[in-house]
Design a protein. Structure first.
Length: 183
């Protein structure tokens, strides 16, 4: 059984374990060093002060035998878009699904719930900052852009050669989706 719930501080180790391979093996995130579990716990706590932070978990999966156990398969959250009062109805979103669990609908389910929660809190604009490959990129493809496009996000801008990781330059794109009318 799959369930989406709000993240808790005690999820930090599981979420850090999902995020760490993205830092170490891909250019999906432009962090060079994976945060510690303690740093990850602080990030979760800081986000939850104002924004939703969700996890998707599968019951009975962590050990394969204990039906009361759960395995976190991914997470997503929203955060500040810009630190000025006029941007208070806009957020930046992020999502990470456990390696090997892509293409099973977990990302779509997470983002659907995140968007529902954001809309209920009065947020209208969601923005996603996405690493974008250049020809010859070896640690990045455009699956994040394609994922966001399938969910109704549109491309609004590209920053060229703005990030350097694994000895290569990468672009960054911004995509957006409106959650409601701007009255």
């Amino acid at each position: 059984m799959i369930k989406i719930r709000s993240a808790r501080i005690e999820d930090a180790a599981a979420l850090q374990a999902i995020y760490k391979p993205y830092v170490e093996d891909t250019a999906i995130t432009f962090e060079y060093d994976a945060p510690t579990v303690e740093e990850f716990a602080a990030r979760i706590g800081g986000t939850l002060e104002k924004y939703p932070y969700l996890v998707i978990e599968r019951a009975g999966a962590a050990t394969g035998s204990d039906e009361n156990s759960t395995e976190i398969l991914g997470y997503c959250y929203a955060g500040v878009f810009k630190g000025r009062a006029a941007y208070n109805r806009s957020v930046e979103t992020s999502i990470y699904v456990k390696m090997g669990e892509h293409g099973k609908g977990y990302g779509r389910a997470l983002y659907s719930e995140l968007e529902r929660e954001l809309k209920s809190r009065g947020f209208l604009n969601t923005c996603a900052c996405i690493a974008s490959p250049k020809p010859g990129s070896t640690h990045l493809d455009n699956s994040s852009q394609k994922f966001h496009e399938k969910l109704g996000y549109t491309l609004v801008g590209t920053f060229h050669d703005c990030a350097y990781k694994f000895g290569q330059w990468y672009n960054m794109i911004w995509m957006e989706k409106m959650l409601g009318e701007h009255l």
